[in-house]
Design a protein around this ligand. Structure first.
Ligand code: ADP
Ligand code: MG
Length: 250
């Protein structure tokens, strides 16, 4: 579903991504690890097509189509959705309206608001004064309203308290399995690229493949749980050695 080929991206005149190769097949959930500042969020923002992320080389394919030059709206309409690490405050747009606009002609996810304990936020402006965990839950609700095929999740568990993490984890899992997408039912029609620091989200989702990003490139890939164990044991300094040790290398 998603193929990233030799992607180079500049932000504010600085080279951040330096030749990223990565892919996510339909039906798969892939996980992206990496230290702070390695370019993980930049990669997701570039896949979604936000302004300020200048692709200087390489391309992004979605279902075989080159989307590198498409606008955010065109990418969203093709079925790409994102949970941002730090989404902006939308002053004057309440969450209820946002969900209705995002759902277009389908009903907004009323059940989801209940499940995520977000009903009392529906009349509030999106993200204004929300805590870290409330922002994540609001982003998830918006994704449920959009029902994309490809989910780009930037640290879905960060800032979420221990009680809510279960709700968030179950919701992510439900979104990745439920409701048909692109005419295919359940997981088969969906895919996800999930950034995680702690790996907590792995307790709730079936992750297929893990990638480790360091200094703007993907250093290695493999079984996500094994990668997480290696990282917790040895840290990210071992990133380059890991490139030599692990099997598949981009
Ligand atoms: P990660 O998500 O892996 O922690 P980011 O993709 O957020 O990393 O950031 C990668 C690097 O890009 C960081 O060094 C960050 O400071 C830099 N960066 C991000 N946005 C900008 C910007 N607007 N201008 C300049 N540098 C930026
Ligand atoms: Mg980030």
């Amino acid at each position: 579903m998603l193929e990233i080929e030799d992607l180079h991206v500049e932000v504010g005149g600085r080279k951040i991504l330096k030749g990223v190769n990565l892919s996510v097949m339909a039906g798969y959930t892939n996980v992206l690890f990496g230290p702070n500042g390695s370019g993980k969020s930049t990669l997701l923002m570039s896949i979604m097509g936000f302004g300020g992320y200048k692709v200087t080389q390489g391309r992004i394919l979605f279902n075989g189509e080159d989307i590198t030059k498409l606008s955010v709206t065109e990418r969203a309409n093709r079925g790409i959705g994102i949970m941002m690490q730090r989404p902006p405050n939308l002053v004057g747009v309440n969450l209820r309206n946002m969900l209705q606009v995002t759902a277009k002609d389908r009903p907004a996810p009323a059940e989801g608001a209940k499940e995520l304990d977000m009903e009392r936020f529906l009349e509030r402006d999106v993200n204004v004064g929300f805590s870290g965990g409330e922002i994540k839950r609001s982003e998830l609700l918006q994704l449920e309203a959009q029902n994309p095929c490809l989910y780009l999740l930037d640290e879905p568990e960060s800032g979420v308290d221990l009680v809510s993490i279960e709700k968030v984890g179950h919701k992510v899992n439900e979104l990745l399995h439920g409701t048909s997408c692109a005419g295919r039912k359940g997981r088969a029609g969906k895919a996800a690229l999930v950034i995680t620091h702690t790996g907590q989200i792995l307790d709730y989702i079936e992750a297929d493949r893990g990638y480790v990003m360091c200094n703007g490139t993907v250093m290695c890939s493999g079984n996500p749980r094994e990668l997480l164990q290696e990282i917790s044991k040895m840290g990210y300094e071992e990133c380059i050695k890991c490139k030599l040790r692990l099997t598949t290398v981009n």
